[in-house]
Structures are given as structure tokens and as C-alpha cells.
Design a protein around this ligand. Sequence first.
Ligand SMILES: CC(C)(COP(=O)(O)OP(=O)(O)OC[C@H]1O[C@@H](n2cnc3c(N)ncnc32)[C@H](O)[C@@H]1OP(=O)(O)O)[C@@H](O)C(=O)NCCC(=O)NCCS
Length: 232
Amino acid sequence: MRQITPAQIATFLVLLALALALGVATTWLVLGRAPLGDFRGVVLVAAGVVFIYLWAFAIYRLFLRVFPLQEGELPEGSRAEFAAQVNILFYLMLFNSLIRTHFLPVPLLRLVYQALGARFGRNSYSAGVLLDPPLVEMGDNCIIGHDAALFCHAIEGRRFALGRIRLGHNVTIGATAVVMSDVSIGDGAIVSAGAVVRKGTRIGAGEVWGGVPAKRLRPGPDQPVEEIYTSP
Ligand SMILES: CC(C)(COP(=O)(O)OP(=O)(O)OC[C@H]1O[C@@H](n2cnc3c(N)ncnc32)[C@H](O)[C@@H]1OP(=O)(O)O)[C@@H](O)C(=O)NCCC(=O)NCCS
């Protein structure tokens, strides 16, 4: 893994301090004079945490506007690597604790992922973890199963690359499955529970994939017979 540099840490800390300051100020402006009675302390702390996270989402999205995540290989010392490393700091220090606790109900988690930049179609939900929401998009009626993990980064020794994950409509990602970077999954496809879908995999519409590493278990409904026996 590449080292996170002092400049990247300093950038994150400045943005974090801004979110903290704005969160505390907002809490004070909204609730500072409200008659909260005996629960004043608890309400102010809870509201403070919510406002700090809301500001952190906004600041994170603004940061990504200025330093967009770039797909492909990230050369050492590049602007693209800088953006990706600060993105990782946001996750490690702030967003992981929201996403990984199983504390938030799944419908609320959908809103959190959307606030972080993921694209969810209608009636699509994740009971798993999206580690790089700005690079994940899915159509309608998709389910990411319990404790599945989708990550759009490839950190392999000194190598660091990003690749988008795209899901069509009606896709099922089985419980505890892992989907790596740069993967496309067609409409109606199913990834089995516990599968590991390798980087760069293309899964066709209606196909069923499973295993470690994932291979096609069943072809899509419209695939010609010869293709069924020649592709993986
Ligand atoms: C992959 C899956 C859809 C197959 O279900 P199915 O259509 O009923 O098929 P079967 O159970 O009859 O299995 C069909 C083949 O797939 C294989 N298979 C099934 N589950 C598998 C898995 N998790 N890993 C590897 N192979 C698997 C079976 O061994 C069988 O192989 P065979 O034909 O060579 O004997 C199902 O096992 C699955 O994993 N569903 C995911 C559900 C889920 O996690 N939803 C989200 C919940 S939060």
C-alpha cells in the first residue's frame, strides 16, 4: 500500500475541522435556544453528530467536484492519486463508522450512499458495504445482500487503480459476496452468496455466477447455445 502523505492528511484534517465547526454552529443556530428540558445535553449531542455528518457529506462531494476520482491506474504523486487518498481518509476516519456498524436501517443506508455519490435506481438497496460510493451505480430493483462488499479500488502492493462497478436492473448480489473494481453486471443477473467476482469481469444479462473466483453457473435466457459452451 502506498503511504498517505502529510499533505493528504492535512487536507483531510482541514476539511474535517470545517465540517466540525459548521456542524456545531448549525446545531447551535437550530437548537441553541430551544426549550429542551432535561434532555438538552443528549439532544444537542445527537443533533450535533447528525449536522456534522451532513456537512461532511457536502464537503466531501464538493472536494470530489474539485478533485474528481479518476478511473484507471493512479500514477504515484499524481493529482488523481491525491484525490483517491483523501477519499480513503474520509472513509477510514468518518464514513466507515456509519456504513459498517449495522446500526443504520437499510433504507436510511441507501440515503447515506446516495449522499456520498452512489447512484441507486428505484427500489434498490444495499445490506452490504459500498466502499467507493461515487463509483457505484445500479438500476432499479437491485439488492446487495447481507455483508456483501463492493469495492472500486485495486490496492495491490504499490499498485493503485480505480474502476467503476455498474449494475443493471433487477440484479442480486448474494450475501457476503465480494465484487471487485471495474465490473459490469447485466439486467437480472445473480451473483451467488459468497462469490468473489474478479476485477474487470463482465456478467451478461440473466446470468448466474458463483464460486471463488466467480464463474458462470448458468447462462442468460437469450444466449445462443454455442456461446454457452465457449464462454467461461
Ligand atoms: C446461486 C443461486 C442463485 C443458485 O440457486 P438455484 O438457482 O436455486 O440453484 P441450485 O441451488 O440448484 O444450484 C445450481 C448450481 O449452482 C451451484 N451453486 C449454488 N450456490 C452456489 C454458491 N454460493 N457458490 C458456488 N456455486 C453455487 C450449485 O452447486 C449447483 O451446481 P451444479 O448444477 O453443478 O450442481 C443461490 O445459491 C444463491 O447463492 N443465491 C443468493 C441469494 C442471496 O444471497 N440473496 C441476498 C440475501 S441478503
